[in-house]
Write a protein that binds this ligand. Structure first.
Ligand SMILES: Nc1ncnc2c1ncn2[C@@H]1O[C@H](COP(=O)(O)OP(=O)(O)OP(=O)(O)O)[C@@H](O)[C@H]1O
Ligand SMILES: [Mg+2]
Length: 448
């Protein structure tokens, strides 16, 4: 049950709507004009406001602004006549969630109201969850709404206090590093270093000296000595990312270090004791590598004391809305803007399969935040293959035609991103001169 506020000067329309909404189980208050509505909004918090746009004593936009000014601002849906389409668009820019043309089926309005209430509930739940996580792990950014991720967090909570080695498996972009950090932060080692090394990205010889360190004069060029990551992570956690990529010779040395609790720097005669907790991650081809003989089975068993498997995002869609809201809030803060996702955007991101998992969703939302022209992110702002999904259910709330200028602006932004904001490169790719590009950047407000 939600607390709704219906504002309309036409008594019969207002009371009918209020009655229908009460029948649907909501608590409903009414106001017959702008003055009485803004007065009430100053005293009472609502979940949702449905307001007429044109009223004798003023403009529905004033009601909208009074509502949006509240701390825990309600969602706002505007009721308009067909001819008021332009001011409705203006209202969306001012932060209205949606508008509804009078004279349509009330079922359609109820559908929009349900959507609006659902997105408000999600936003709140998300805020609560974030607060909880901050308390538990000091990790503001970890989203786990789905039962699958809740189970992962339970496991994290149980293994964190121990020194057990954890093998984190999951497709690329599912959040393996995020979980490794969560284990570290929830462990007694939290105040000590978390050191990550990507075993696939460093050449073999370098990886060895990175991990184990070397003494002065150990090899040509080894002028000073160097601590290895095992020692640098002393008292803390060492995260071996892409462990499947580790070269065979190093696998032996790693296993020896784990079993003995000692490392010997290159060129050293004596071993040093280490105090690290080891976490490792792989994107899932470890089993294949073992059967091919390129990954040692004994090392696998040594690492695989506890196994955490992160499901792909398509198998835990419950996380998508909260992740999307989270990435949007972060992007908005970075851009210094207020942004929200329109219900059709949520529908699209829920439907898309996300082969690149959380990382792909993160990139798509960041891009949408940059491209968005108003406070509300629309499906057009998403990458085309994401927004192209089939339409479900009743008509989307806001069908919108992209103007030529909007398309040009978006294309320029994407090209600029691709060239790392290098103007000459972008201009050449766009087939225009640098001066023309500069003029367009100013015209579209991309630069000042
Ligand atoms: N549960 C989550 N909550 C919030 N952000 C997440 C979550 N999972 C992943 N992310 C974000 O998604 C991105 C990818 O996560 P991460 O780097 O941990 O994935 P990965 O599995 O290590 O990927 P790869 O295999 O490509 O290295 C990061 O920017 C991370 O912050
Ligand atoms: Mg990673």
């Amino acid at each position: 049950m939600a607390h709704l506020f219906v504002v309309d000067d036409e008594a019969s329309a207002r009371t009918t709507l209020a009655l229908l909404l009460r029948r649907r189980g909501h608590r409903v208050e009414e106001a017959d004009g702008v003055a009485s509505a803004t007065k009430r909004l100053a005293e009472q918090t609502f979940d949702l406001v449905v307001t007429d746009l044109r009223m004798p004593d003023g403009d529905g936009l004033d009601v909208l602004q009074a509502a949006r000014a509240q701390a825990d601002a309600p969602e706002v849906i505007l009721l308009t006549a067909y001819a008021e389409w332009k001011s409705a668009k203006e209202a969306i820019r001012l932060g209205a969630l949606d508008y509804f043309e009078k004279g349509q089926e009330p079922e359609e309005l109820f559908h929009r109201i349900d959507n609006a209430l659902a997105s408000r509930a999600l936003r709140r739940e998300n805020a609560n969850l974030k607060a909880q996580l901050r308390e538990r792990y000091g990790l503001p950014g970890l989203i786990a709404q789905s039962p699958a991720m809740q189970a992962v967090l339970d496991l994290v909570e149980r293994v964190a206090p121990t020194d057990a080695t954890v093998l984190i498996q999951g497709e690329s972009g599912t959040g393996k590093e995020v979980i490794a950090k969560a284990v570290h932060h929830a462990s007694p080692r939290a105040a000590r270093p978390f050191v990550a090394v990507n075993c696939g990205a460093v050449p073999e010889t370098l990886l060895e000296s990175e991990l184990f360190g070397y003494v002065r004069g150990a090899f040509t060029g080894a002028a000073g000595g160097k601590l290895g990551l095992f020692e640098e992570a002393g008292g803390g956690t060492l995260f071996l990312d892409e462990i499947a990529e580790m070269p065979a010779t190093l696998q032996v040395k790693l296993l020896r270090a784990l079993q003995s609790g000692e490392v010997r720097r290159l060129g050293a005669t004596q071993a040093a004791t280490i105090d690290v907790r080891v976490l490792a991650a792989t994107n899932g081809d470890l089993a294949r590598r073992i059967s091919q003989g390129s990954f040692r089975e004994d090392l696998f068993y040594r690492l695989n004391v506890i196994q955490v498997t992160l499901p792909p995002l398509r198998d835990r869609r419950e996380d998508i809305p909260a992740l999307a809201e989270h990435f949007l809030a972060r992007a908005a803060a970075k851009l210094g803007r207020t942004l929200r996702l329109s219900p059709p955007v949520l529908e699209r991101v829920l439907r898309y399969p996300w082969p690149g998992n959380v990382r792909e969703l993160e990139n798509a939302i960041e891009r949408a935040a940059i491209l968005s022209r108003s406070e509300t992110v629309e499906p057009d702002d998403l990458p085309p293959h994401v927004s192209a999904g089939l339409q479900l259910g009743p008509s989307p709330a806001l069908p919108r035609q992209v103007t030529l200028a909007e398309a040009e602006r978006a294309h320029i932004l994407t090209t600029l991103e691709r060239f790392g904001r290098n103007h000459s490169g972008a201009a050449e790719a766009l087939g225009i001169g640098r001066t023309t590009l500069w003029r367009k950047l100013k015209e579209y407000g991309i630069v000042r």
